[in-house]
Every structure is written in C-alpha cells, then in structure tokens.
Design a protein around this ligand. Structure first.
Ligand SMILES: *Cc1c(COP(=O)(O)O)cnc(C)c1O
Length: 354
C-alpha cells in the first residue's frame, strides 16, 4: 500500500476545539484567573521539586494528592480521581461508560468538549436543546432522557458558555430521570452558591468534576479531578494510563490546597467584579445573561457580534466570539478579569457601540 492510512472516521464536521490567541493587551477569552498563583505556593513547589526522585515513577495512585482533595471536600480518598485537567477526567469517563454502541446526552449550547470527547471515543452523542432563555428546560431533558436512554448525561453547572448554575431541584430531577451516569461539570462551581457535591452518595449514579485551571490560577499545570462513588473511581482507574500524573503536578496540586484562603478571596473579588461589569452593561445597547461563573455572555443589539468582536480586538481587548456558534447568534463571552481589565473592556465596548 502507498500513502498514509485514513484515521477513524468519527469526528463528523468537527474541527477540534480551539480559541484563537490573538496578541492583545487584555485577554478575556479563556476564563482563566487573571491573577497568578500566590508567590508562597510557587516557593513551596520549587522547594518540593528539589526533593523529588525524578528517576522513579510517580506514585501511581497519587495518594497524597487524593487524600488532600478528599479532606478539602470531606469525602474519602477512594471517592477522588485526579487527572491531567478535568478534560482527562471527562475522557476517562467516556472510556469507562461511553464508547462504540453507547450514548451520551448533552444540552446545547454547553461546553464543547463533552460532545467532542464523545465523538473521539466513538460514543453516540445525543443533543438536547436548552430553552430559548438558554436555561435547561426540564420538559426537553425528560424527552431526551426517557426517549434516548443515554449511558451518560452531562450537565455543566455553571454552564459554559451561558453562565448560569443548574439548580439543585433540576439536578435531582435529572438524577431521577437519567438511566445511566450523571456527570455535573463544575469547572466554575466556586463562583456559584451551591454544588452538586451535596447530592453524592455511594449508590447515587452521580459524579462531579472540578479543575485547578480556573479558580486555582493553575491552568498551565493541567490538573483536575472527579468526586464520585468509589466504584466509579475504580472503573476510571482501571482505564487511565499508568503514571498519568507526574510527580511535580501531584506535589503542586497538594501544596495548592494550603492556599485555600487566597483562592477564596480571589473568587470573592472576581464575583464582585462580575457584578460591577454586569451592572455597567445594563446601560449599554446589549442583552446580557446573569452569571454564576467568572464569565458572562452578551449580545449587542444593534451591531453584529463579529463587528463588535473585531472592534474590541482593534482596541486590544480579546473576548470569545460565539457569534457563529449554533443557538448563540451574535453572542460574545467575556471572562471577568482584574478591575483594570474590566475598565479597559468597558471603555472599548462603549467606543465600539457608540
Ligand atoms: C475550562 C473548563 C474545563 C477545564 O478543563 P481543564 O482540562 O481542567 O483545564 C472543564 N469544563 C468546563 C465547562 C470548562 O469551561
């Protein structure tokens, strides 16, 4: 045979997930923390790195990190599965509960990686629609879950890119209706007033995923985790690559938890800044959606989303352009940054809209 073989044909029209990185002064497009991690944590990591045995494989079960996470959430270490970003947690969930002949339900618009990893793992992705207000619609949820009986049901709370948290009542109702595993992606939970962690139980088919990428100012480290029933954690462990978490990451994650107060004060500052920005947006010709996260969605009323996005880039402010995404015509998503970044964003937006 000559030429290269064809890869598996399971991506449909998908191009892959990417957010263009344009060179600008104010980057508000990927929902990271605008604040670097605490200097004391960096110092602790550097100190630890000098003591690590780099010629040995890391602890395969990352026990010290798991125990620290278990303590943070008041659960057992056997309920914690850490991985390289919550995206690797999601992928491992698909290895265990999805795959060819199985299905997963998502409610769009939502985090694109849920359906993308579904496709890459040859899982059938069932797409439900959020309501016209972009919130979860229980009638539609019921139609999808009862009709398609998905093996995995994804909820994202707060939902990316719409911003709102799913209420406890809705998660309970989904748990009642779902025939398989319910995954609540809580990448932004610290900005919200409640967490589905409250609903976990040994026999409850619910898992919650978290990440160090957003609130913990550690996007560069690639660390996330899942909390769920021990049997689910065991199923994930049986499928993930051995030694997937390197020694430095295990130490960095564990040491980060010593700086919880710092993280919590950053979260409070970002929530206050979010509300300041949303209040300022009320005076502009835009539609906004309320947010329980560190970002919010808005739609210019008299200009196209593409024009406003370009106008902001021309003024050195980068936001996420969702204008061409299905169901989000003309919408832009802005990450909450520092107050200075917020002022730069508002000034640029006022100019573009005037
Ligand atoms: C940013 C984000 C993640 C984070 O993924 P990591 O792999 O942990 O960086 C997960 N879920 C949602 C909904 C996100 O927006």
């Amino acid at each position: 045979m000559t030429g290269l073989p064809q890869p598996v044909d399971n991506l449909g029209a998908l191009e892959g997930y990417h957010s263009p990185q344009v060179d600008v002064a104010v980057r508000l497009n990927t929902n990271e923390s605008p604040y670097p991690p605490p200097a004391a944590w960096v110092g602790a990591v550097v100190g630890e790195v000098e003591r690590l045995d780099f010629h040995r494989y890391p602890d395969r079960h990352a026990m010290a990190l798991r125990e620290a996470l278990a303590q943070l959430h008041g659960v057992e270490a056997a309920q914690v599965f850490p991985a390289n970003g919550s995206n690797e947690v999601l992928q491992t969930l698909f290895f265990a509960y999805g795959g060819a002949g199985r299905s997963a339900a998502v409610f769009e618009p939502t985090y694109a990686m849920h359906s993308q990893i579904g496709m890459v793992t040859s899982t059938t992705v069932i797409v439900g629609e959020r309501g016209p207000d972009l919130r979860l619609d229980l009638g539609e949820v019921k139609r999808v879950l009862v009709g398609a009986k998905p093996d995995i049901t994804f909820l994202c709370s707060p939902n990316n890119p719409t911003g709102e948290a799913v209420s406890r009542e809705v998660v309970e109702e989904v748990l009642h209706l779902a025939p398989g595993l319910v995954v609540v992606d809580e990448a932004y939970a610290q900005f919200s007033s409640w967490s589905a962690l409250d609903l976990l139980g040994e026999d409850v088919p619910l898992v919650v995923t978290r990440t160090f990428s957003k609130t913990w100012s550690m996007a560069g480290f690639r660390l996330g985790y899942l909390i769920g029933p021990p049997a689910v954690v065991a199923a994930l462990e049986a499928r993930v690559l051995p030694y997937h978490l390197d020694v430095v990451k295990q130490a960095a994650g564990r040491l980060a938890l010593d700086h919880r107060d710092d993280m919590e004060s950053r979260v409070s500052a970002l929530v206050a800044e979010r509300e300041r920005l949303l209040a300022a947006m009320a005076d502009l010709p835009v539609e906004t959606w309320p947010s329980d996260a560190n970002f919010f969605l808005f739609r210019p009323l008299r200009r196209s989303g593409d024009e406003v996005w370009q106008g902001l880039v021309d003024r050195s402010v980068l936001v996420r352009n969702c204008s061409s995404w299905p169901r989000l015509g003309n919408c832009l998503r802005v990450t909450v940054g520092t107050p200075d970044e917020g002022d730069a964003f508002l000034a640029a937006l006022r100019e573009v809209l005037s």
